[in-house]
Write a protein that binds this ligand. Structure first.
Ligand code: CA
Length: 522
């Protein structure tokens, strides 16, 4: 009797555990079905002020605008260190450069033996892929599939490194090839799993070589000079002795294609005869224009600015068109409904503001980067987020969307609640952003600096030789030309911001910065 009863009990337990496991398998299957795919389109040096959705009325960016219209746009997405490699390292780790080890572009090899977004997603059941530009001096880690450009890659007929480590040259324009490889991978992926795909674009990185079909796309446009184009840096930090002006640093031959030496420059050696013919015909006219006008002084600088804008935005045309192609593919394949699409650049870029091109400085145009996200059924179309988002938040947000656990060593936090909630509602969020830039002196002689950005103010300290502070009231001085550090009336806010800066350094464990701050000039 007792024996029978025990058996009976075991049978009941056995049946119950079968039933439970059936239930849990079913739940897991349902979760997998519901877990969205995530595509992170990641461009290079694409300025937010050059995007329609961010208010640019001249250039056409219909695809990026479409993502913004159908989803959300972050108005204040701040990068923690405004250059290429470090931004990618932060995307993968959710950590500041001083903790992920990737502070500068070229002197570092990315340490893949740390918690990575890709690996964490993979462990939670996602299929992962990186296609296109990576630029981390290492091969992708934590990705099931990858096909990446070596280093900066080439615009025309580029090489790609495929798995495990073979380099192949392809015919065509880089943006088109990246899209082609992305859709090819989407076709052949394992349909049983949700996926995370990074589409890394080379556009709009210097030197700007547009796709042939985009040559001259903006020749009928005269771009207005930014209000601070002729910034004289008066009352500013010694760090303003940089080397990134359109006037002095931008090169006529290499950057603007005047009198190009087609035989010498490696980028042009890749052309096939037909490409070279079309390209050369266009830039011969540019050279002719330059020679005819014999410009000097401001007129020459402004001519260079117009050429810069025309080339830059022509390259951006290919970027946006290819984002459109990918969105169309998602529509046709039925993937749109359950796929989150993110578009971001690794950092912002100067389009003539302060007289510059390039990035690095804590000033708005390179501190902030474009970020739009579409998440059907979750994010209300047309959502705008004003809060201070950092690029350390990208990895936690992606993990949050994927329903995966956010590793404790990631320093950012998920901003998914901000995307879901109307901005009139209160979601607790940071009120200050911390920034730290390192790469000096090459290539643009921008002194290392750290700083804090609040909704209204920005305080920065430049070190390594330029030792000095800058303070801006963004409400009164949105173009950041008037340094109010040390001026009457700024005492209280300075003390307040310095204290907050120290708190942030402590919170983010930036020991090096804390030491520099302790001995900083007053
Ligand atoms: Ca970049």
């Amino acid at each position: 009797m007792l024996r029978f009863s025990t058996t009976n009990l075991s049978i009941r337990f056995y049946l119950r555990s079968i039933l439970l496991s059936v239930v849990s398998v079913t739940t897991a299957a349902a979760q997998t079905e519901q877990r969205p795919n995530i595509i992170f389109i990641f461009s290079d040096d694409h300025a937010y002020q050059g995007i329609g959705a961010y208010g640019n009325k001249i250039v056409k960016t219909p695809s990026i605008d479409r993502i913004a219209r159908e989803g959300a746009l972050l108005k204040n997405n701040i990068v923690t260190n405004s250059i290429c490699g470090p931004s990618r390292a932060t995307l993968l780790t959710g950590k500041y450069s001083h903790l992920n080890g990737y502070k500068r572009n070229d002197r570092t090899r990315f340490d893949t033996n740390q918690t990575l977004l890709s690996q964490t997603l993979r462990q939670s059941g996602y299929q992962t892929a990186w296609i296109g530009k990576m630029h981390l001096n290492s091969l992708p880690a934590g990705f099931d599939f990858w096909k990446v450009l070596p280093d900066q890659g080439s615009y025309y007929n580029p090489d790609f490194i495929g798995q495990p480590n073979d380099t192949t040259r392809y015919t065509g324009y880089v943006s088109d090839l990246i899209t082609r490889f992305s859709t090819e991978w989407l076709e052949k992926r394992d349909n049983a799993k949700p996926f995370f795909l990074i589409v890394g674009h080379k556009a709009t990185h210097r030197e700007w070589l547009p796709d042939l079909q985009d040559l001259g796309a903006y020749d009928n446009v005269t771009f207005p000079l930014p209000a601070n184009f002729y910034d004289d840096y008066k009352g500013r930090s010694a760090a303003l002795q940089q080397d990134m002006t359109i006037e002095k640093t931008m090169r006529l031959k290499q950057d603007l294609k005047v009198n190009v030496d087609y035989a010498k420059d490696g980028a042009y050696k890749r052309f096939n005869p037909e490409q070279k013919k079309v390209f050369k015909a266009y830039y011969d006219k540019v050279t002719q224009d330059f020679n005819d006008k014999k410009l000097t002084g401001k007129a020459l600088t402004e001519w260079k600015y117009q050429r810069y804008m025309r080339d830059y935005f022509s390259v951006a045309n290919s970027l946006d068109r290819n984002i459109g192609k990918l969105l169309d593919y998602l529509d046709k394949s039925g993937l749109s409904k359950n796929t989150v699409v993110i578009y971001a650049s690794d950092q912002g870029f100067y389009l003539g503001e302060h007289g510059w091109f390039d990035k690095r400085f804590i000033y708005e145009e390179s501190l902030k980067t474009p970020f739009v996200i579409r998440y059907p059924g979750v994010i209300k179309p047309g959502t705008k987020v004003e809060d201070l988002i950092l690029n350390i938040d990208w990895a936690p947000t992606v993990l949050n969307i994927a329903g995966a656990k956010i590793p404790a060593d990631m320093q950012g936090k998920s901003f998914l609640p901000l995307l879901k909630t109307p901005q009139t509602a209160q979601v607790p969020w940071r009120k200050e952003a911390y920034y730290h830039y390192y790469e000096f002196p090459e290539p643009h002689h921008v002194f290392p600096h750290f700083g804090i950005r609040t909704k209204r103010y920005k305080l920065a300290y430049f070190y390594g030789g330029a030792d000095s502070w800058e303070l801006f009231d963004l409400e009164k001085d949105p173009t950041e030309v008037s340094n109010i550090y040390g001026s009457k009336g700024a005492e209280k806010i300075t003390v307040d911001l310095k204290a907050k800066l120290k708190t942030l350094m402590t919170e983010y464990k930036d020991e090096e910065a804390l030491k520099i701050l302790a001995s900083a000039k007053k």
